[in-house]
Design a protein. Sequence first.
Length: 257
Amino acid sequence: MEKIKVEYTHDGAVARIILDDGKGNVLDNVMMNDLHQLFAELKDNNDIKLISFEGAGKHFSFGASVPEHTKEKAADMLDSFHRLFYEIADMSIPTMAKISGQCLGGGMELALACNFLYADKTAMLGQPEIMLGVYAPPASILLPLKIGNAKAEDLLITGKSITADEACRIGLVNEVFEDRDAMDTALDEWINKTFVPKSASSLRYAVRVARKVFNKTVKTELPELEKIYVSELMETNDANEGINSFLEKRKPEWKNC
């Protein structure tokens, strides 16, 4: 696998996935294909009790690849990206995100798909897609489910980023740690206490039923938001202008259409 690393810890009970593209851990086509392949393997691994996600280096992930958001590539990119969420739902394995540094866009959406989110004080979380003239399909479903409409709309419509402490205050993050080392130490103890003694099979049933409504909503609504994105949003001037201006490193010139 080119852009992710996998370590099996706690006597094979935990799959530790490290996003690693050498810079901002961008979820591009290569990384997404790596994840598809790994998820297929993990689904058939009866010993896995927890999947954890983290980013190599200082940041969790800068998000999905902007060059793959262009009109010509958006449909394929969204299809591959959204399959990750369906696969996580179908695995029904407990999931955890360990967040340091920037956790933005598609990177935050991957974290949102997890059952548990933990962060250290360096973390900044946000859905800045609106700054590019587009929107975040998975987050538009996941954020309201996790923190309610009012708080979700504040993030989705403004595009602002929030600190780990603010994310914890609004119920997005379970707990905040002083630094990455403290987070690793505390979560290792938590895994040993919470997951290692339990049945991997029973944990999958627990996740499956606890997320019955959550997963049904994602599988029902995400295809519709994907269709709107591809067939309507990307037909507008401003969605294309937002993406192109970012790639060309210039200020967008909106035409409001």
